[in-house]
Each structure stands twice: as structure tokens, then as C-alpha cells.
Design a protein around this ligand. Structure first.
Ligand SMILES: CCCCCCCCCCCCCCCC(=O)SCCNC(=O)CCNC(=O)[C@H](O)C(C)(C)COP(=O)(O)OP(=O)(O)OC[C@H]1O[C@@H](n2cnc3c(N)ncnc32)[C@H](O)[C@@H]1OP(=O)(O)O
Length: 323
């Protein structure tokens, strides 16, 4: 006699499958990131082409002749995608809020609750991105880690390029400016002064942001389009039925198209982020610099998406995508 599928699937596997179906990827799904970094780093260690390019961006003295297009800092994906990556991430996330059933076709109260919690999750990851890469009551966390680990801005040429000071006052000002640049210590200030960020532990901002953005979008997209969001509550079903009978085909058609294209866009941004992560792993930074970027990003994702599964009070505040 044939056995039903529910009896052939082990409870553990069943739980894992139902987690995926309800839009909650299991924690092991995050392994894709260390594996990507590992594969990229191994490739860079083994491939003779990559070996000649791969060195810490912190110690890279100046422009190098790129062997591979993705080893160039000015590659089009780096400039128009990664360097403004949070804008793409925000756009993709907003498109989910406006098109996915979880936020548009559920009963009003549930819709409001889900949207507020999704915005809170966005605020948490955005704050983490800002504090880590942009500003942390002054220099960002990665800049502070760099200087705390002994790094500094060297070879500042801004003054060397300027006309030599003709008076002691001018020399004094020049000295003061140099000292200020050395003590501000942000990667941006250093770059603006044509200096080189040297000596310390330069956490990979690319790895951090690409892991954070792609995991955030993937988990939100899975939640928003999960099976659990599809069935409507009884009252809502009836209401929806009345609307549907009026002008079903036109509205539903447009809705469906936006829904599908929004999901494609979100997965496109997530996949391109993953690809750029792999490129970063091959062509830039050291093992440790990549690992520290990864650990910070994974911690933020864990706190935002995995901790609420076990910590009820936190789940009450921040929710779980699609629930
Ligand atoms: C609870 C309530 C709270 C409420 C609170 C609300 C908060 C919530 C509301 C806020 C609302 C905000 C909403 C914002 C929405 C936006 O629109 S923000 C505006 C858009 N801006 C962005 O997205 C900026 C994103 N970029 C970044 O953050 C940084 O550029 C990154 C990505 C972290 C990278 O930083 P980085 O300095 O490049 O550092 P790193 O990765 O270490 O790379 C070092 C070098 O190697 C190169 N490199 C590394 N990997 C690669 C690669 N794969 N290819 C080429 N080059 C590479 C880099 O280009 C870099 O070269 P240089 O530029 O230094 O020459």
C-alpha cells in the first residue's frame, strides 16, 4: 500500500519544509555567505591571476592595472550598484510593501500591523548599516575599528600638492590641517586628502553591506510572498469576493503584474549583491577583513530575523516577515 507523503517525511525535514513555506528560512541558509567567501578566497589563493591582484585594500598603495574587470574599483556594478547599495535596497524593500499580498490584500488591521513591523525591521537594519559604515557619533564603527587596531591615514598629499608655504603662519596652518586629517580618521576624509588608509584592520564594508542587504531582502521577500500570506481571513474573503466580482480581471491583472515584477526586482538586487560579494571575496581584502564584515552582518540578521523566533518579547516588537 502506498504511504502518504506526510508519513515518509521525517518530522525534522517536515519542520524545515514548512518553515520555508511560511517564509522563514532556517538558520543554515545563512551558510551561503561563509561558503561564498570561502570559495572566493580559495579561488583568489589558487588562481595565479587573482593572486597577483589580491591584497588588502588597506595596503594597496595606488592604482593597479586590473587584470579582471571586476577587480577594478571603477567597474560599473561597483559604482552604480554597491556604492549606492542602500538606495537599491530601500527601493526594493519599498516595492515589496506596495505590491505583496501580505501588505496589500490582508484585512486592514493585519496589514497595518505587518507594515509597521516590516518598517521597524527596515529601521533596525538601516541603523546597523549607518552605524557600521557611515556614522557612529563621529567616525563609523569600521573606521573606529581601523584606527583602534593601529591604522592611520598616510601619505597625505593634499599639502604636498599645494604651493609651499611662504610664511611661518602658513606653515603652521598646514601643519594643523595635517594633524586634523590624521585625527579625524575616517576613510572618506583620508581619501579626500589623497592619503592611504594603512596599517590597521580594515573591515570590509562591501562584505558587510552586501551580506546585510541581500539577506534582508531575501528574508523579507520570502515572508511577504509566503504561502501563509495567501489565504485570506474569512471576513476578508467575503469582502474581497464582492470587490472581485465587480472589476476583478483588470485590477487583479495589474496587481499580479506588479507583484511578480517587484519580486523579480527584489531577487535581482539580492542576486547582484551576492555576485558582488563573490567578486569582493576574490579581488579585495584579506581573509580576516572579509570575516569581520561577515560576522557583523550576520549578527544583525540574527538579531532581526532569528532571535524573534525564540524571544517572544522581541517578536512582539519586531515581528516575523509574513506573519
Ligand atoms: C527604532 C527607530 C529608529 C529610526 C531610525 C530610522 C533609520 C531609517 C531611516 C533612514 C533612512 C535612510 C535611507 C537611506 C537610503 C539611502 O538612499 S542611502 C543613499 C545611498 N548611499 C548608499 O547606499 C551608500 C552605500 N555605500 C556604502 O555604505 C559604502 O560605500 C560601502 C558599500 C559600505 C563600502 O565602503 P568602502 O569605503 O568602499 O569600503 P570597503 O568595502 O572596505 O572597500 C575598500 C575599497 O575597496 C574597493 N572594493 C571592495 N570591494 C570591491 C568590489 N567588489 N568591486 C570594486 N571595488 C571594491 C572599494 O571600492 C573601496 O575602494 P575606495 O573607494 O576606497 O578606493
Amino acid at each position: 500500500m502506498a504511504t502518504s507523503s506526510s508519513t515518509t517525511i521525517s518530522p525534522r525535514r517536515h519542520e524545515s519544509v514548512s518553515r520555508w513555506r511560511s517564509g522563514q528560512p532556517p538558520a543554515f541558509a545563512l551558510l551561503v555567505y561563509p561558503i561564498t567567501l570561502l570559495v572566493g578566497s580559495l579561488y583568489s589563493a589558487i588562481s595565479p591571476t587573482a593572486q597577483s591582484q589580491q591584497q588588502s585594500t588597506a595596503t594597496r598603495p595606488g592604482p593597479v592595472v586590473p587584470i579582471n574587470y571586476f577587480a577594478r574599483k571603477d567597474n560599473i556594478f561597483n559604482i552604480y550598484f554597491v556604492k549606492v547599495g542602500w538606495a537599491w535596497t530601500t527601493l526594493a524593500f519599498v516595492s515589496l510593501l506596495f505590491t505583496q499580498q501580505a501588505y496589500t490584500h490582508s484585512p486592514v488591521e493585519l496589514r497595518a500591523k505587518r507594515s509597521i513591523k516590516a518598517l521597524l525591521r527596515y529601521a533596525v537594519v538601516t541603523c546597523a548599516w549607518i552605524l557600521t559604515t557611515q556614522w557612529f557619533f563621529g567616525p563609523a564603527i569600521i573606521d573606529r575599528m581601523f584606527t583602534l587596531s593601529g591604522g592611520r591615514c598616510e601619505n597625505i598629499s593634499i599639502l604636498a600638492d599645494s604651493p609651499s608655504p611662504s610664511s611661518s603662519a602658513a606653515a603652521g596652518t598646514a601643519h594643523k590641517v595635517t594633524e586634523e586629517i590624521k585625527t579625524i580618521f575616517t576613510a572618506v576624509a583620508c581619501k579626500a586628502a589623497a592619503g592611504h588608509w594603512k596599517g590597521g584592520h580594515d573591515v570590509s564594508g562591501h562584505v558587510f553591506m552586501l551580506v546585510l542587504a541581500s539577506a534582508f531582502l531575501a528574508v523579507e521577500a520570502l515572508g511577504a510572498s509566503s504561502e501563509e500570506c495567501k489565504p485570506l481571513a474569512d471576513g476578508a474573503k467575503e469582502k474581497q469576493h464582492n470587490i472581485n466580482t465587480m472589476d476583478h480581471s483588470a485590477v487583479a491583472d495589474i496587481d499580479d503584474r506588479f507583484k511578480v515584477w517587484s519580486l523579480r526586482f527584489v531577487w535581482g538586487v539580492a542576486l547582484l549583491s551576492w555576485w558582488m560579494l563573490l567578486m569582493t571575496a576574490i579581488w579585495f581584502h584579506t581573509w580576516l577583513e572579509k570575516l569581520s564584515g561577515l560576522l557583523i552582518a550576520i549578527s544583525v540578521i540574527y538579531i532581526t530575523y532569528y532571535l524573534p523566533r525564540t524571544l517572544t518579547s522581541w517578536r512582539y516588537v519586531i515581528g516575523i516577515p509574513g506573519i
